[in-house]
Design a protein around this ligand. Structure first.
Ligand SMILES: *Cc1c(COP(=O)(O)O)cnc(C)c1O
Length: 457
């Protein structure tokens, strides 16, 4: 951005940001060079910085926003709740919006899920599922050897130590290895770089047969299988071939393993259905929800599970079957009120029905990206889209990390009025579901031109 266009207020805020703030997932030694926008306000799919510059929120404020910013229905639900109470504890007490939201969630969740456990973010939603699955087996059998989790290569389930343990992305986990618990890793079908050299049609079956071998060798030590259904988000929007999830469900059933579906990214319409599991008629034993739960307004998460799991925790106080886990802000009433308003908007605006033609439009538009010289792969699952940038399309040779091509593309897009956040050299497009076709067209055109400007200069 042209530094002379900075207002005095922006300059002062930037200096304070540099002085006081440590940003997440950010190499702070380079942060100063970026002059990142300081967001002041937002409306619909647009963000406005402190200089009044307008941007399309191209990744839904990190995959959270659903119906746009400043939705009056959600704003006023929050205000109404504030006039009652902002927070009370969920330990030994209950509250109105948390009760009503739990019922709503069970009503829309895959059949068979019947209980809701609240927490604050995606990482904790996963931690809760891991601890519940583990404890369930321990209670059943005190010397249970079911102490491990099977997770997939390149998986991402959050940043707390437990969720990093079941993560498969080296950049995020290698340094912490001595702190992480032992897991069993299995291949996820990353068809573009298939390690088995299979085509997409046979890939799913082949990958699952590899998973089966691994499960077969470790079955009695596995407490649960953890998966990002249909799409591995942080790995670079890796889309699994149709049928993959239901094959994994069948494997879990055959070996008596719990299935934890981490729908923190895929939930709330991103894949075109409310939950990704619905595409394959799968009910997991645990469903982890966060990001889109409040429409992108407030930090709130939920772990849904079955009566079978819940009942395993029932007993006398001395039975030690209590789930000793909870966060101070568990079941926060304001967050739950926002989530209720979010779900109400899905119904009122027929968000999912109105999304379908937009998904088709995106699919058609994405074809154009394949003509770009450095776009190696284009992936889409509903409103989760990505272009993988490579140095050489034929050999799939990636760009050198130091070139920071993905980062350069998003800086270029920013100059052109679009906020994106890449995953290394994978450019992600994941706008709020409410975006119009015209706005989609602008978002995709800017992205196309930014990729071309950076990679074909
Ligand atoms: C973002 C994400 C998480 C972590 O959620 P936080 O709210 O950042 O803790 C976990 N799982 C998946 C699939 C995610 O995309």
């Amino acid at each position: 951005m042209n530094p002379t266009s900075q207002s005095r207020r922006t300059k002062e805020l930037r200096i304070k940001d540099y002085d006081y703030i440590w940003h997440p997932f950010t190499q702070m030694s380079k942060w100063f060079q970026e002059d990142a926008p300081i967001i002041d306000r937002a409306r619909g799919i647009y963000l406005f910085d402190t200089d009044g510059k307008k941007y399309i929120d191209g990744v839904s404020s990190l995959w959270t926003n659903v119906h746009g910013h400043r939705r009056k229905e959600i704003d006023s639900a929050i205000r109404t709740q504030l006039e009652k109470v902002a927070h009370t504890t969920f330990l030994g007490l209950s509250n109105v919006p948390a009760v009503l939201l739990a019922q709503e969630l069970i009503e829309i969740a895959p059949a068979g899920l019947s209980k809701v456990f609240y927490s604050d973010n995606g990482s904790t939603a996963v931690e809760v599922a891991l601890k519940m699955a583990f404890q369930y087996h321990r209670q059943d059998e005190p010397f249970s050897r079911r102490t491990k989790f099977l997770h997939f290569t390149s998986s991402y389930h959050g940043d707390t130590i437990g969720s990093v343990s079941v993560g498969g992305i080296d950049t995020f986990r290698s340094i912490y290895k001595p702190l992480l618990f032992e897991t069993v890793a299995a291949p996820y079908p990353y068809c573009y770089r298939c390690v088995f050299g299979k085509d997409r049609e046979t890939c799913s079956l082949y990958c699952v047969s590899e998973v089966e071998k691994i499960i077969d060798e470790n079955a009695r030590e596995i407490a649960a299988v953890v998966i990002e259904p249909l799409v591995q988000g942080a790995a670079g929007m890796i889309t699994a071939p149709p049928g993959h999830l239901s094959l994994i469900r069948k494997l879990c059933d055959r070996y008596g393993l719990f299935l934890i579906c981490d729908e923190v990214a895929t939930g709330f319409g991103r894949t075109g259905k409310m939950f990704a599991c619905e595409h394959e008629g799968v009910t997991p034993d645990f469903l982890c929800l966060a990001k889109g739960l409040t429409g992108g307004y407030l930090p709130l998460a939920a772990t849904l599970t079955s009566t079978k799991v819940f009942d395993g925790f029932l007993g006398s106080a001395e039975s030690k079957r209590t789930f000793f886990h909870g966060h101070t802000y568990t079941g926060n009433p304001v967050g739950c009120a926002a989530a209720l308003a979010n779900l109400k908007l899905f119904k009122k605006e027929k968000t999912l029905a109105r999304l379908q033609p937009k998904i088709k439009y995106v699919a058609a538009e994405l074809e154009k990206f394949k003509s770009l010289r450095h776009v190696g792969d284009v992936r889409q699952c509903g409103f989760m889209c990505a272009m993988e940038l490579v140095e050489d399309k034929q050999t799939k040779k990636p760009f050198a990390v130091a070139q920071k091509v993905g980062h350069k593309v998003i800086l270029e897009a920013r100059r052109r009025g679009v906020i994106l956040r890449p995953l290394a050299d994978v450019i992600v497009i994941m706008p709020p579901l409410v975006i119009s076709q015209k706005e989609l067209s602008t978002l995709l055109n800017v992205t196309f031109e930014s990729i071309r400007a950076v990679t074909e200069q």
